[in-house]
Design a protein around this ligand. Structure first.
Ligand SMILES: [Zn+2]
Length: 73
């Protein structure tokens, strides 16, 4: 049966492209957002864990006024 390509073969491992909602069950897929998956029916949200936090970069972005001299508490 073709037409239901839920799995993607990446090299020699199979990646699941879509996940279904654990609450609603099979047939209700989670919408794929940038950093999370969410169910449009019940609102279930699952955050993607594998990625590191994109907001905390050590040296690049600093809040204004926070200089490296001696401004720590
Ligand atoms: Zn759901």
């Amino acid at each position: 049966m073709k037409g239901r390509e839920i799995f993607k073969v990446d090299g020699n491992k199979i990646t699941r492209l879509r996940r279904h909602c654990p609450k609603c069950g099979d047939g209700f897929f989670l919408a794929d957002h940038k950093d999370r998956l969410s169910c449009g029916k019940c609102g279930y949200t699952e955050f993607k864990k594998s990625e590191k936090k994109p907001l905390k970069t050590d040296n690049q972005i600093k809040p204004e006024g926070a200089k490296e001299n001696s401004n720590e508490k």
